[in-house]
Design a protein around this ligand. Structure first.
Ligand SMILES: Nc1ncnc2c1ncn2[C@@H]1O[C@H](COP(=O)(O)OP(=O)(O)OP(=O)(O)O)[C@@H](O)[C@H]1O
Ligand SMILES: [Mg+2]
Length: 229
């Protein structure tokens, strides 16, 4: 579904991503872990069209998307949920979903039903300003919004960052539930979350992918992976 080959990205003279190759098949949940500054966000921004690679190819469902505009890539079924957890805080939860539904040409009632089915508790917050939601609820709203219009692949940047344990559990359930709809490429530093959901894991260090971990036991054991974080 997504195939990234030998991608290099620079900010001025600084090489921030070097020779990155990865792939995600339909329905897979693939994680990226690595220290702060390793280049994880830069990689997601490049795949979703917010940055242009200097070298390499990015193919999504067989089409070369490297250098295409983000709106166009999003319309083709690849959505990016940013690291900053920003919602339209003055608008209600319903209006936040409405904006996404409008952009994707989906009926508002269908869009709301999708978000509610992922996280039924959101029902009681539909008519309150989204700025009043907790961090975890905001994250779920952002993920739910990204699902509107039936994308094929979601890129999610650190969904559990800064959240309490109970809330992380809610996010885990939501992500697990979403497997039936979309593939996901998720940046995550919490190895317990990775262990519970990952089909595969890539580890980044200083702008490179230094390991791909495919053995489920190794992913779940964590101990061998902690040195990378
Ligand atoms: N706009 C920019 N201009 C110049 N350098 C940048 C810019 N944005 C990021 N960088 C640098 O690129 C490198 C990778 O940053 P990136 O945000 O991709 O890392 P990250 O792995 O997502 O880190 P974090 O875990 O803190 O989110 C860092 O060294 C960072 O300082
Ligand atoms: Mg980041």
């Amino acid at each position: 579904m997504l195939s990234v080959e030998n991608v290099t990205v620079t900010y001025g003279p600084a090489v921030v991503l070097q020779d990155i190759s990865l792939r995600i098949g339909p329905g897979e949940i693939v994680f990226i872990a690595g220290r702060n500054g390793a280049g994880k966000t830069t990689l997601l921004k490049t795949v979703s069209g917010f940055l242009k690679p200097r070298q390499g190819t990015i193919a999504f469902q067989g089409n070369d998307v490297a250098g295409q505009r983000p709106e166009r890539i999003a319309r083709s079924g690849l959505r990016y949920v940013f690291q900053d957890k920003r919602v339209f805080s003055q608008l209600t939860v319903r209006e936040n979903i409405e904006l996404a539904a409008f952009g994707a040409g989906e009926k508002l009632s269908d869009a709301i039903a999708k978000v509610v089915s992922l996280y039924p508790k959101i029902q009681q917050f539909l008519d309150v300003p989204a700025g009043g939601l907790s961090g975890g609820q905001r994250q779920i709203l952002l993920i739910g919004r990204a699902l509107v219009g039936s994308p094929k692949l979601l890129l999610i940047d650190e969904p559990t960052e800064g959240l309490a344990a109970g809330t992380i559990n809610d996010i885990l359930n939501v992500l697990n539930d979403m497997r039936r709809w979309v593939g996901m490429l998720i940046v995550e530093q919490n190895l317990s979350v990775v262990g519970m959901l990952a089909n595969r894991l890539y580890i980044m260090q200083e702008g490179r992918i230094v390991r791909e971990v495919t053995d489920p036991d190794e992913i779940r054991a964590k101990s061998a992976l902690e040195k990378y974080l």
